[in-house]
Design a protein around this ligand. Structure first.
Ligand SMILES: Nc1ncnc2c1ncn2[C@@H]1O[C@H](COP(=O)(O)OP(=O)(O)OP(=O)(O)O)[C@@H](O)[C@H]1O
Length: 302
């Protein structure tokens, strides 16, 4: 069952198309990383999902229901933090939460519950202007959690945090998902920041989805993105032989390079050369890391 299903989402700002048919599905109970470079269209997509922008084209279903028809009920079960936190900085954490509690009409005890959840229970009479950025960020998340949502949408929640703050935020979000069963949709422009947090990932670039799947499936792309380099007793002959086999082999800086080969293909190359009496001196498989797979995907090369 999917928590969010988006189909064919197109969006234009004054005639300028920024979303070109986005399809994405956020599985219930997942931590979904919505990844893409600056300007890719992440915030626009998230704003459309929350009804903060008027949808122009496409379908949106949340909790299995049409957003257009069940907007109010859906939003009651969704918490969100889009762009920078908006807090009354002369008020304390409790006072900020109390204002929102009246809007949501949830029980008073919920304030202490969410403050404990984000580890801000001890901030007492401190005005939020004295909070660190990390504390403000956590308070904003507490506000998004006040009405006990089933789905939390966070736009770049680690923006501006130092490395320690990023680790703390990651552990907190994992706990929220694991212990409270909240589905999380988190946008980021840095794979490294969310790589160890998310279960699923959607990669967007220039308003187009480049990849969607589990983290395991993204890692599988690594095996397709292997570059093989080799050196033999007679590279000229090896080049001819492998080209005859239909392989896109090229000579480069004193070695032969074969792009993207599976384990089976690497073994076949070796067999072919040896069976033609060519000694293989070196056969290397350069394993690309996740970051280069991500870069290839957003550049549309993969
Ligand atoms: N209100 C607006 N009016 C006109 N163009 C806009 C508006 N908001 C965003 N854009 C443009 O739409 C494109 C997508 O922007 P969006 O903010 O959705 O991307 P993003 O992936 O969230 O990037 P960032 O990480 O920089 O926020 C960009 O080219 C941006 O300049």
């Amino acid at each position: 069952m999917h928590c969010i299903e988006v189909g064919g989402l197109v969006h234009r700002y004054a005639g300028d198309t920024v979303l070109r048919g986005i399809d994405l599905q956020v599985p219930r109970g997942s931590i979904y990383g919505f990844l893409g470079p600056n300007g890719a269209g992440k915030t626009t997509t998230l704003r459309l999902m929350l009804g903060l922008l008027r949808k122009q084209q496409g379908t949106l279903r949340v909790f299995g229901r049409s957003f257009d028809e069940h907007r109010i009920e859906i939003l009651r079960k969704v918490g969100a933090l889009i762009e920078s936190p908006s807090l009354y900085d002369h008020l304390t954490a409790v006072e900020n939460l109390e204002l929102l509690r009246r809007v949501h009409q949830c029980p008073r005890r919920r304030i202490q519950e969410v403050l404990a959840l984000v580890d801000l229970a001890g901030t007492g009479g401190k005005a939020t202007r004295q909070f660190s950025l990390g504390m403000k960020q956590r308070l904003s998340i507490a506000m998004a959690l006040l009405h006990s949502p089933e789905l939390l949408i966070l736009d770049e929640p680690t923006n501006g945090l130092d490395p320690n703050g990023i680790i703390e935020m990651r552990e907190f979000l994992k706990r929220l998902n694991r212990e409270h069963g909240i589905t999380l949709l988190i946008s980021s422009h840095l794979l490294a920041e969310i790589e160890r947090l998310v279960t699923d990932v959607g990669i967007i670039s220039q308003g187009t989805m480049r990849f969607q799947g589990t983290m395991g499936e993204l890692k599988q792309q690594r095996h397709r993105a292997l570059a093989v380099t080799l050196r033999t007793r007679d590279d000229g002959k090896a080049l001819r032989l492998l080209t005859e086999q239909g392989l896109a082999v090229r000579a480069e800086e004193g070695q032969l390079v074969l792009p993207r080969s599976s384990d089976g293909e690497v073994a076949a190359v070796n067999r072919c050369l040896v069976s033609h009496g060519l000694d293989v001196y070196e056969l290397n498989v350069a394993r690309n890391d996740l970051e280069s797979i991500f870069m290839e995907l957003i550049e549309g090369v993969a």
